[in-house]
Design a binder for this molecule. Structure first.
Ligand code: SF4
Ligand code: SF4
Length: 560
């Protein structure tokens, strides 16, 4: 019975061909026990590394299966890519998992296989090796769920020998977690009373740590903090009071994570975000009526902003005191046409300093400002060089304003951004616009300045637009503005008009609206216009003022 069981080895790798070859693959090749197939899933960043990995792998295992991870670009996604493949191709098999930098002793598979009868998983002992020196043996012989809340009692990826159907039933690895995947999997397996785990009670896996390598940085700093917060959010319901106390104590003492961050992980009472845009059937009479009403409103709004009418009715919009948008960086991995931060028209990597974020939080707390929403944008905000530090700094504000909604607004484009998004702690919401190209048909013509149009002298630009009420004031690398778009205009004009501190309560920032709105293509639409009501725009249209602004920006850049 045991002899007929298929054993499939699953290896995963990330950017380290040398370790893959000399540790994981070598130790697989030395196994004294038979296995039926070996699958390598490659999560490396560059094509060169992937090619190298494939050559090494196929050189050592001619019949091996080489796969490229197409799921979430983290450890869990890579394991799941392989597990799904194994489940499809070997649905009744057992899987032995190993990471590229770990090793098995030659008897590992043989010993695990001898223990499988009547079980769902066999967990072997682990030797931790730091910079080549063995420092600790963990040889578990029983587990309770509570053990996994305190720390990891000895169930890791590379000592997991498990029935493919059983790990599938548990839901595979959780791709939304940054780390602690093994503890999370163990808990999900153990909550199922039918799940049978046994132990080889022998050390057959070597877990290598190097002081300089990424494996250690994951046990320190913000990555570890975010992992702990995610784990806590997911499993706190299962924790007893003592489990929770021990978990929080260990997080503070071992990893320096302030207990306050755990208190803000429940975001269910946060102020609401922007509503989702509903699907619209453009053929209905209702839609045609809506479009007609919108056209009539636009006609009226054109008059509404005239100086005479503004004098009588007052300004159409007043900047909010409750919301703020912070442009963290002007670097962006997409260069969309008509980008209202000029990331395509005037690309630049300038970013806000962490100290300015600290100052913003301190000033907000000192002045008891109750922000309902703090949104982080760019550019692509995840590309800020201290992105995670910024998130934790802003998180500090939420300690005393727990309902404040914190948001990261991302284009969700590309592997690097997707990896960074895994690092967003759970006290933040993510608004992912999921862009997949530099053409955005629903964008307005940002670079058409109303001041270049006939009759613009009759317009009172201090009317602003709905952004100053709905989105918030702006904080950018150059200061505070009535909206973040104005700050983006200031970057390319080089006027440097931003306020140096959070604007005073009575400051409506009219001087800035008067200046920047006259250049901003958003002014004409007045309110946020849902995509179905947006007129078809031609990408890249630019009025004369903007041509001049970008010419001068380029000249300044070349002379620097
Ligand atoms: S993704 Fe956003 S910031 Fe980047 S270029 Fe496109 S519109 Fe601009
Ligand atoms: S018109 Fe442009 S610059 Fe003026 S408030 Fe609206 S978005 Fe900001």
């Amino acid at each position: 019975m045991v002899d007929s069981v298929q054993i499939i080895v699953l290896v995963t790798t990330y950017n380290r061909p040398e370790l893959l070859e000399k540790r994981a693959l070598k130790s697989i090749s030395l196994q004294t026990g038979k296995f039926d197939a070996v699958v390598l899933v490659d999560n490396s960043d560059s094509e060169v590394t992937k090619k190298k990995n494939q050559e090494i792998f196929e050189g050592m295992f001619r019949d091996g299966t080489y796969l490229i991870n197409e799921r979430t670009p983290g450890a869990a996604g890579t394991w799941n890519h392989g597990l799904n493949w194994i489940h499809e191709n070997y649905p009744d098999s057992w899987v032995a998992i190993i990471d590229d930098d770990d090793e098995w002793t030659p008897e590992h598979l043989k010993i695990c296989k001898s223990k499988i009868d009547g079980n769902d998983a066999v967990i072997s002992g682990i030797r931790t090796v730091l910079d080549g020196e063995p420092i600790d043996d963990r040889v578990p012989n029983s587990f309770t769920i509570s053990d996994f809340f305190a720390s990891n009692p000895g169930w890791q990826g590379s000592n997991t020998f498990i029935r493919i159907n059983s790990i599938k039933k548990a839901g595979f690895f959780d791709e939304s977690l940054l780390c602690t995947h093994d503890r999370d999997l163990a808990i999900r397996c153990l909550v199922n009373e039918d799940f049978k785990v046994t132990f080889s009670e022998k050390v057959t896996m070597l877990y290598h740590l190097e002081k300089k390598r990424e494996s250690l940085t994951m046990t320190q700093g913000r990555g570890k903090h975010t992992g702990l917060l995610q784990f806590y959010c997911k499993h706190k319901k299962l924790m007893t009071g003592d489990d929770e106390k021990a978990f929080l104590k260990r997080s503070k003492e071992l990893f320096g994570l302030d207990a306050g961050f755990f208190q803000i992980t429940d975001t269910s009472m946060d102020y609401s975000g922007f509503p989702n845009i509903p699907e619209v059937n453009e053929k209905t009479l209702q839609f045609r009526l809506r479009k007609m009403i919108h056209t009539l409103k636009k006609f009226w709004w054109r008059y509404r902003v005239r100086k005479g009418i503004t004098k009588v009715l007052g300004r159409q919009f007043t900047r909010t005191r409750e919301k703020i948008e912070i442009d963290l960086t002007y670097a962006c991995n997409l260069r969309c046409h008509d980008c209202n931060r000029s990331c395509r028209q005037a690309p630049d990597g300038v970013e806000i300093q962490l100290e300015k974020i600290q100052q913003f939080v301190d000033d907000s707390l000192d002045r008891s400002i109750s922000w309902k929403k703090i949104r982080l944008l760019g550019g692509e905000p995840t590309l800020h060089s201290k992105f995670e530090d910024v998130l934790y700094e802003i998180g500090r504000y939420k300690f005393s304003h727990p309902r404040c909604r914190l948001e990261v607004v991302t284009n969700g484009y590309g592997r690097k951004v997707k990896r960074k998004l895994l690092n967003v702690p759970p006290f933040f919401h993510i608004e992912n616009t999921m862009k997949d190209s530099d053409i955005q048909p629903q964008f307005y013509s940002f670079n058409v300045a109303l001041k270049d149009k006939k009759g613009s002298q009759k317009i009172d630009f201090t009317n602003g637009c709905s952004n100053i009420e709905q989105c918030g004031i702006g904080l950018t690398p150059s200061g505070y503005y009535p909206c973040a778009i104005a700050g983006g205009i200031d970057r390319v004009t080089g006027w440097n008009l931003g306020r140096h501190g959070i604007p005073a309560e009575q400051d409506d920032m009219l001087d800035l609206l008067d200046e920047f709105c006259s250049y901003c293509g958003r002014f004409e639409s007045r309110y946020f216009t849902p995509p179905e009501l947006m007129p078809n725009s031609t990408p890249g249209v630019m009025s004369s003022s903007w041509e001049q602004i970008y010419d001068e920006w380029k000249a300044r850049r070349t002379s620097q």
